[in-house]
Design a protein around this ligand. Structure first.
Ligand code: SAH
Length: 450
């Protein structure tokens, strides 16, 4: 099919990337971003391949019953929210279906997707790029999909309300003192990104300005403007990043106001969050997810537990409240430092954190040190677990294995290996951590029968 061809199409399905799918015939489909099952549209082919094409909507003839008005006017340009145009209940169904499709060979019931309490303003962290538009006005907002072009959008609807005022204050400071935003083509200019984080349970706000210099001119004046009549802003930091790369954050920060960190909670556990540390993005939903992990682990207080790929130890510390001993393993040294610090802040002494490759360390503990564990929890990155780790699970034969996954495709592969080797997949619970996106988190319980 030629590009630029215009077709009238009825959308019958939705794919796992959130594109609507129209079948032209048995062997040819058209993928259309932002189209939903039930929409009838006129669409123009933008890319064409042997068995499928991509198209963009020109006009609607009929709207899908699942369609709602989006809150954000930039959804199509941004690409961050692939399904904001879909009713929330339908989004939850879609996520369940995505998991169901990946795990259908296991013949196990997939629970209804756990909904997020907030479906807008749920992100506690925003990284806002700053630039100049064609008229040389300073703007801040979002990247246009698949590009480095910045669109002025100071109030992303999944970010916090406080962002807009902070961004406007920073822009007016740049204008007042003729401070240039960073230009990645020439590597000149100063302000690159504004990082804003909020503790959802404490209301504390942190601002970090990522700059292509050691200092931002007139820092103290900016602090005064930001904190005037805004008691929630607890700290302001400067994070130099003089590298000409896509890496956004710098390696060290300097505190120009407050203590250089804010605090927040997940359940009863308190966390210290610095401009550089990792913290769960949707903390309210994280509690629900971890409660599921805890429910599946069914701890009584006597168990030894592994939390592999533990990051800053959020799951480990959550489980430590109900276990005898928890071992957390993570590859990033900084994250392990944070995990140890978080354990200390909360006076948790039954969690031990080890830095290194999860598969290797786990195997060493089980093989050489003969550590026995009753429950193993994993929360791996998108590529899933390493084979060495899964083989060690088979050797250890824990009574319970809880798998937290952000990618149902790698999850299906790992579950296949485990179920072919004696484990039984008992429960599958999808959870929505990121409303309006097609991301889905899944918690699975496997048991080992002797
Ligand atoms: N539950 C964690 C987040 C897990 S995200 C938290 O709340 O902090 C997955 C983690 O796996 C990341 O922190 C990543 O650094 C780590 N990781 C990736 N590959 C790893 C490996 N081979 N061994 C150990 N950790 C790894």
């Amino acid at each position: 099919m030629k590009t630029n061809t215009i077709l009238n199409l009825k959308i019958s399905e939705i794919g796992k990337d959130g594109d609507g799918i129209a079948k032209v015939n048995e062997n040819f489909c058209v993928y259309i971003p932002f189209a939903l099952p039930g929409d009838k549209v006129s669409a123009e082919i933008t890319e064409s391949y042997k068995t499928y094409a991509k198209a963009k909507i020109l006009k609607f003839f009929e709207f899908s019953p699942s369609r709602v008005k989006t809150k954000c006017q930039f959804v199509e340009l941004c690409g961050g929210c692939q399904i904001q145009q879909m009713k929330y209940s339908e989004q939850l169904n879609l996520k369940k279906k995505i998991v169901e499709t990946c795990l259908q060979t296991f013949g196990v019931k997939i629970e209804e997707t756990l909904p997020s309490e907030n479906i807008f303003r749920y992100r506690n962290k925003s990284l806002i790029p700053v630039s100049k538009d064609v008229n040389k006005n300073i703007i801040a907002g979002i990247y246009k999909k698949d590009s480095h072009e910045i669109i002025s959008c100071p109030d992303c609807k999944i970010g916090i309300k406080e962002n807009e005022k902070i961004i406007k204050t920073v822009i007016s400071h740049l204008e007042q003192y003729n401070i240039e935003p960073y230009d990645e083509n020439t590597c000149t200019g100063i302000l690159r990104h504004i990082l804003i984080r909020k503790g959802f349970f404490t209301n504390e706000v942190m601002i970090s300005l990522i700059v292509n210099a050691e200092k931002l001119p007139y820092e103290n004046e900016l602090v005064k403007k930001l904190t005037e009549n805004n008691g929630n802003i607890k700290t302001v930091c400067i994070t130099p990043n003089l590298q000409n790369t896509n890496v956004i954050n710098g390696k060290e920060f300097r505190t120009i106001y407050g203590e250089g960190f804010i605090t927040d909670y997940i359940g009863k556990i308190k966390y210290k969050i610095s401009p550089l540390s990792f913290f769960q993005i949707n903390p309210k939903q994280t509690v629900k997810l971890y409660e599921k992990v805890l429910e599946f682990a069914a701890l009584t207080g006597k168990e030894t537990v592994f939390d592999l790929y533990c990051g800053v130890g959020t799951i480990s510390l959550f489980l430590a409240q109900k276990a005898k001993k928890v071992y957390g393993v993570e590859i990033i040294p900084q994250a392990i430092e944070n995990a140890k610090e978080n354990a200390e802040i909360n006076r948790i002494s039954n969690a031990e954190f080890l830095c290194g490759n999860a598969g290797e360390i786990f195997n060493r503990l089980v093989e050489n040190q003969k550590v026995k564990a009753d429950v193993v929890v994993v929360d791996p990155p998108r590529k899933g677990c390493e084979e060495e780790l899964l083989k060690t699970v088979l050797k250890l034969k824990p009574k319970k294995f809880v798998y937290v996954s952000c990618n149902p495709v790698s999850l299906a592969r790992d579950l296949k290996f485990l179920t072919e080797n004696g484990f039984v997949l008992e429960k599958v619970q999808p959870a929505d951590m990121f409303p309006h996106t097609v991301h889905v988190e899944t918690v699975c319980l496997l048991t080992f029968c002797f």
